[in-house]
Design a binder for this molecule. Structure first.
Ligand SMILES: *[C@@H]1O[C@H](CO)[C@@H](O)[C@H](O)[C@H]1NC(C)=O
Ligand SMILES: *[C@@H]1O[C@H](CO)[C@@H](O)[C@H](O)[C@H]1NC(C)=O
Ligand SMILES: *[C@@H]1O[C@H](CO)[C@@H](O)[C@H](O)[C@H]1NC(C)=O
Ligand SMILES: *[C@@H]1O[C@H](CO)[C@@H](O)[C@H](O)[C@H]1NC(C)=O
Ligand SMILES: *[C@@H]1O[C@H](CO)[C@@H](O)[C@H](O)[C@H]1NC(C)=O
Ligand SMILES: *[C@@H]1O[C@H](CO)[C@@H](O)[C@H](O)[C@H]1NC(C)=O
Ligand SMILES: *[C@@H]1O[C@H](CO)[C@@H](O)[C@H](O)[C@H]1NC(C)=O
Ligand SMILES: *[C@@H]1O[C@H](CO)[C@@H](O)[C@H](O)[C@H]1NC(C)=O
Ligand SMILES: [Cu+2]
Length: 607
C-alpha cells in the first residue's frame, strides 16, 4: 500500500534532511468518515481528556470505529556500526541510528555525531507510520520491532526476524508500515539476537488524549543499562554456567548520558522544570537486564498511563520499572526553586546489578543555579522485591469472563536448564519443555503462507485458531530469577500474580481452587510487559482478535537469547486475508544469499 521498496539498495546520498524527520503527507488511506460523536471540545492544557473529531479518553481504541483519521508520517532509520561512542566519557564500539552522515559508506565509521537513544518517532493517534529501516551494518542482519504497537492486521510489520520476516541483510532497506491505533509512549528496538544492547533502540511517542491535565510535555525519558563490552560479548558471558550471575552493567544512562561512575568524564543528564507547572514525563525502561525503581527527591509522580493504556490517575512516590515497561507520569513543580536528584534505584541481586550503585539524573527548576548538584540525597527507598506496582485502573475498561477461566486456562511452564556446547556448560530456558530457536530464513509466517503446518518443535508454536475468544495463561516460574514477560500484538489483562511477600525458596505453583479468588477479572491492570515474580506465577488474559504470529518472551536480552519465548499463532486462516504474505519475498531470498557467505553465524535463539 505504500509501495514497499525493501529490495532497493541503500539510497546513495540519502539527504541528511530526510533522516529522523517526519514528513506528513496526506494519507491515501484516511479511511471512513467518522462523524464526531462526542461533544465539541479542544485538546488543551486544561482539557487533556479531549482529543478531536469526537474522539477522547473514553473512546474504545480497540473497536473498528475507535481510531481517528490520520495522515502518513515517514521516517528513515539508518543503522551503523561505530568504533567509538562515549555516552558517559568511556569509549566503546556501538551500533547507532542516524549518526548524521550520508548513508553512503558500509565501512565502519570512526567519527560521528552519536545518536543514542535513536531518534524519537512521533505521530498522532490514528496516523500511519512508514519507517524505512536501512541496514548499514556490514556484518549483521537486523529487524526492528515496534514495541507495544498493536499491529492490528499487520503482523508482518512486527519486526521479529524468524517469526514475521527474514532479517534485513546488510545494505538493504525495509519499509515498515503500520497504524498507530493507540496513544501513549513506547519504543522500538532491534530483535536480531542481543543487537539492541549495542544501541539499536529509540523512543516512540503517539500523541493523544490523557487522563489528567498537564502544562508541559517533557517527552520521553529513556533509562537504560549500559555495558563496556558489546551486547554480543555480554550475551555469551551471561550464558556460561560457571560465570554465575550475568555481568553487572557498567552504568545506567538517562536519555543517553550519565557521569562515569568509576572515573572522570561524562555528564549528568539534566532536565529543566518550570516552577509551578505540571510536567508530563514519559518514562521508558529500555534496559537489557537491569530493573530499577525511579523517584524524584521531594516530588510525587501522578501515573496516567501503563505502557500504552491510559489509567485513572494514581499518585506514587516511586515506581518499579521492568525492562520494556513504560509509565507516563505528571510531576508538579511545587517545591523550592532548586535542583533535585532523579534516582533509578537498583533493586539489586537477581533483579540486576550495576557498577553505578546510585544512578541519577538532575532535575532543576528554572532559576536554580545552573551547574548545581542537588544537596538533598532524599530518603533511601526501602528494599523492594523485584515486583511490579499493580492496582492500576484502565480508563477504557475490559472484563474477562471468569466463568470461562477454569475451562480454558493453560500454563506456560518456565524451566532453567543447563546444556553443554563445545564442552562448556551453558544456560538455556525452556517453556513447556521446549526452547524457542528461530530459523531466520524460515519465519513462521512463511509456514502460514505455504499452508505448511509442520512447525518445528524448536519454534515453540502454540495455536490459537478460534477467533474472538478469551485466552487465559498461567505463567509459572520454576526458578528464583524474575522475568519481565512481554506479549506482542495485544495488551493483556494482568489477572493476578503470586504473593511476592512470601519470599519463596521453592516454586509456588498456581492452584486454581485456592488462587482463583485472588484474581481480578474486572478491569485489572492492562499492559504489554509484566514482571513474573521469583519462583512465582502470573495470570494473563487476552482476546483472540488479531491474526498473526505473536511472540511472548522474557525481555531480559540474555534470557530471550537463551530461548525464553513461545509464539502464539493466532487465527491462522485470517492471516493471509489480513496481510499480503507475498511481501516475505524477496527479503527472504536476499537474506539467504547474504547468509551463505556471511562472516558471523547465529549463536543463540536468534531473537
Ligand atoms: C467523550 O466522548 C463521549 C462520546 O463519544 C462523551 O459521551 C463523553 O462525555 C466525552 N468525554 C470527555 C471526557 O470528553
Ligand atoms: C563492526 O565493526 C567491527 C570492527 O571492524 C567488526 O568486527 C564487526 O563485525 C562489525 N559489526 C557489524 C555488525 O558489522
Ligand atoms: C553481529 O555482529 C557482531 C559484531 O559486531 C558479532 O559479534 C555477532 O556475532 C554478529 N551476529 C550475527 C549473527 O551476524
Ligand atoms: C530525551 O530525549 C528526547 C530525544 O532527544 C527528547 O525529545 C526528550 O525531550 C528528552 N527527554 C527529557 C525528559 O528531557
Ligand atoms: C528496567 O528494567 C530492568 C529489568 O526489568 C530493571 O532491572 C531496571 O531496574 C529497570 N529500570 C528502571 C528505570 O526502572
Ligand atoms: C506525595 O504523596 C503523599 C501521599 O499522597 C503525600 O502524603 C505527600 O505529601 C506528597 N508529597 C508531595 C511532595 O506532594
Ligand atoms: C540519588 O542519587 C544521588 C546521586 O547518586 C545519591 O547521592 C542519592 O543518595 C540518591 N537518592 C536516592 C533516594 O536514591
Ligand atoms: C562449537 O560447536 C559448533 C557445532 O555445535 C561448531 O559449529 C562451532 O564451530 C564450535 N565452536 C568452537 C569455538 O569450537
Ligand atoms: Cu528472563
Amino acid at each position: 500500500m505504500f509501495g514497499h521498496d525493501w529490495t532497493s539498495k541503500l539510497v546513495v546520498g540519502l539527504s541528511l534532511a530526510t533522516l529522523a524527520t517526519s514528513n506528513p503527507v496526506a494519507a491515501p488511506q484516511a479511511t471512513t468518515t467518522i462523524t464526531p460523536s462526542g461533544p465539541p471540545c479542544t485538546h488543551s492544557a486544561t482539557n487533556r481528556a479531549c482529543w478531536r473529531n469526537g474522539f477522547n479518553i473514553t473512546t474504545d481504541y480497540e473497536t473498528s470505529l475507535g481510531t481517528p483519521p490520520g495522515i502518513t508520517r515517514v521516517y528513515n532509520l539508518v543503522i551503523t556500526n561505530v568504533s567509538s561512542f562515549s555516552p558517559d566519557g568511556v569509549s566503546k564500539p556501538a551500533m547507532l541510528i542516524n549518526v548524521g552522515l550520508p548513508a553512503v559508506t558500509c565501512s565502519m565509521l570512526t567519527s560521528f555525531e552519536g545518536t543514542f537513544p535513536g531518534p524519537l518517532i512521533t505521530a498522532d493517534w490514528g496516523d500511519f507510520l512508514q519507517i524505512n529501516v536501512h541496514n548499514n551494518l556490514p556484518q549483521n542482519g537486523t529487524s526492528i520491532h515496534w514495541h507495544g504497537m498493536r499491529q492490528l492486521g499487520t503482523n508482518d510489520q512486527d519486526g521479529v526476524n524468524g517469526v514475521t520476516e527474514c532479517p534485513i541483510p546488510p545494505n538493504h532497506v525495509k519499509s515498515y508500515t503500520f497504524r498507530a491505533t493507540q496513544y501513549g509512549t513506547s519504543w522500538y528496538h532491534s530483535h536480531f539476537s542481543a543487537q539492541y544492547g549495542n544501541g539499536v533502540l529509540g523512543p516512540m511517542q503517539i500523541n493523544g488524549p490523557a487522563s489528567a491535565n498537564y502544562d508541559i510535555d517533557l517527552g520521553p525519558y529513556v533509562i537504560s543499562d549500559w555495558y563496556r563490552t558489546t551486547a554480543d560479548e555480554a550475551a555469551s558471558i551471561a550464558e556460561i554456567v560457571t560465570n554465575g550471575a550475568p555481568p553487572a552493567s557498567s552504568n545506567v544512562l538517562f536519555n543517553g548520558t550519565n557521569i562515569n561512575p568509576s572515573g572522570s568524564g561524562g555528564q549528568y543528564n539534566r532536565v529543566t522544570l518550570t516552577p509551578g507547572r505540571k510536567h508530563r514525563l514519559r518514562l521508558i525502561n529500555t534496559s537489557v537486564e537491569n530493573h530499577f525503581s525511579v523517584s524524584l527527591v521531594g516530588h510525587n509522580f501522578t501515573v496516567i498511563s501503563t505502557d500504552m493504556v491510559a489509567i485513572e490517575p494514581l499518585v506514587a512516590s516511586s515506581l518499579f520499572m521492568a525492562v520494556g515497561q513504560r509509565y507516563d507520569v505528571i510531576i508538579e513543580s511545587n517545591q523550592n526553586v532548586d535542583s533535585y536528584w532523579f534516582n533509578a534505584t537498583l533493586v539489586g541481586g537477581l533483579c540486576g546489578v550495576s557498577v553505578n550503585t546510585a544512578p541519577a539524573a538532575i532535575f532543576s527548576y528554572q532559576g536554580a543555579p545552573a551547574a548545581g548538584v542537588p544537596s538533598d540525597p532524599g530518603v533511601p527507598l526501602t528494599t523492594t522485591p523485584c515486583i511490579d506496582n499493580t492496582g492500576f485502573v484502565p480508563i477504557v475498561p475490559r472484563q474477562a469472563p471468569q466463568s470461562e477461566f477454569a475451562a480454558s486456562q493453560d500454563v506456560l511452564d518456565i524451566q532453567l536448564e543447563t546444556t553443554t556446547v563445545n564442552s562448556t556448560a551453558v544456560f538455556r530456558w525452556e517453556i513447556n519443555g521446549e526452547s524457542n530457536d528461530v530459523k531466520w530464513d524460515k519465519p513462521t509466517l512463511e509456514y502460514v503462507r505455504d499452508g505448511d503446518t509442520s512447525y518445528p518443535p524448536e519454534a515453540n508454536v502454540i495455536i490459537l485458531d478460534e477467533p474472538d475468544v478469551w485466552t487465559f495463561w498461567v505463567v509459572q516460574n520454576n526458578a528464583i530469577i524474575p522475568h519481565p514477560i512481554h506479549l506482542h500484538g495485544h495488551d493483556f489483562l494482568l489477572l493476578g500474580t503470586s504473593d511476592t511477600d512470601a519470599n519463596p525458596t521453592e516454586p509456588v505453583i498456581f492452584n486454581e481452587a485456592s488462587d482463583i479468588g485472588g484474581l481480578n477479572f474486572n478491569n485489572p491492570t492492562r499492559r504489554d510487559v509484566a514482571m513474573l515474580p521469583p519462583f512465582g506465577w502470573l495470570v494473563i488474559a487476552w482476546k483472540t482478535d488479531n491474526p498473526g504470529a505473536w511472540l511472548v518472551h522474557c525481555h531480559i536480552a540474555w534470557h530471550v537469547s537463551q530461548d525464553l519465548s513461545v509464539q502464539f499463532l493466532e487465527m491462522r486462516d485470517q492471516i493471509p486475508k489480513a496481510m499480503d504474505l507475498g511481501q516475505l519475498e524477496p527479503q527472504c531470498s536476499d537474506w539467504e544469499a547474504y547468509y551463505e557467505t556471511s562472516y558471523w553465524k547465529i549463536a543463540d535463539s536468534g531473537l
